[in-house]
Design a protein around this ligand. Sequence first.
Ligand code: FUB
Length: 460
Amino acid sequence: MKLSFWILRFLILVLVVGNIKLSAQNPVIQTYFTADPAPMVYNGTVYLYTSHDEDSTVNNFFTMYDWLCYSSTDMVNWTDHGTVASLKSFTWHEKSNGAWAPQCIERNGKFYLYVPIHGEGISVLVSDSPTGPFTDPIGKRLIDSGHVWQDIDPTVFVDDNGQTYLYWGNPSLWYVKLNKDMVSYDRTIGQNGIVSVPMTAESFGSKEGRDGKPGTTYTEGPWFYKRNNLYYMIYAANGIPEHIAYSTAPTAEGPWTYKGFIMERAPHLAFTNHSGIIDFKGNSYFFYHDQALSKGEGFKRSVSVEQFKYNADGTIQLIKPTKEGVTKSIANLDPFKKVEAETIAWSEGLKTAGDSKTCVYVTKIENGDYLNVRSVDFGKGAKSFEASVASASAAGKIEIRLDNSDGELLGSIDVGNTGSWLNWASVKGKMKKIKGVHDICLVFKGGKGELFNFDWWQVK
Ligand code: FUB
């Protein structure tokens, strides 16, 4: 009797731990270090723009050259769109580092990506597509302030009356009213168009400033939006290490009232934090970054996301940063249409390559690496699996497994040498018929070194 009680406890523990492993979704991108999340909802899809911490940190400081974009329709599988803009998108500056926190918004069918180049102020890029390519429409920096080093972290919002506001700043907060062209601003207000927000304790909470004088908790990374007639300013607060706090206002121009912390410190968070908030398909999501993937390196951060609920009065409760993140998919994935290989819920050992002009594909595939795709709707079942691959080596095989990398083997597809790493060929094989919605795992097997590149897959 006693023995069976302990066996039962052990089985429950195995199930719970197994389930946590299976459902852990944070950080949401594992192929690169990503920071400063800026989600944008457009046409039933969440586009997640991020800055990018390089794998090799130079001079023990932020090493950031480009901006990345990912998208999701279900909040658990994220499709990689590669590098959508970089410091090279601008020809007029001299900085070779400093591609910091971006935000993209859509206006009249065009997509405007507002970015800081650290030490060069805030600039804008434009594209006809949310995934780029983005180009420089004005050939100079957008914000003409005289304090470029403080001009970081732009956040943009189009108010109901059509007026667009661009807020930014560290450790002060400024805004401009963008003109309808989105690439210039009204110079008749504030100081040559720039309005300085009063940094008071009532507006942003009190904390001793860097100069030892009374200051506010506001630090950087503002995220500005409106919900149910209330304007929100979410921001990194309290200096370093940063918390996330928020203030609200009855108008887009204030006055702001401090409302307190939303996310406190936690061991796996970085010394910076930076948030973005959206409502999507009836749910509210809070994006931030941590240092979980790099196991504690503050210049190698990773974007994570939590689902949360507003209180009835619009206030926001403390949000806990978790490893699990968003575990519930809000849509199923159709595997009978081509699925980009870089649509990933979780991966181990992989990188992606490509950009918005060329195809993005999964690369650096070695023996034992894998990627999970969640909530795949097999309907009445599929008989075969097809994949587009390219290899200049002895290649290997793709195993299709149920649930996770140790799950039931549903099929195994051989991949041969295709002549070059970008000479794409289709490989096919049988798979066990499974019905309904399942998580699957594609496990890559082979000899030593890189096996193949992987562009897309589908079932029939
Ligand atoms: O990523 C570089 C800087 O770190 C951002 O601009 C800040 O918000 C902080 O996250």
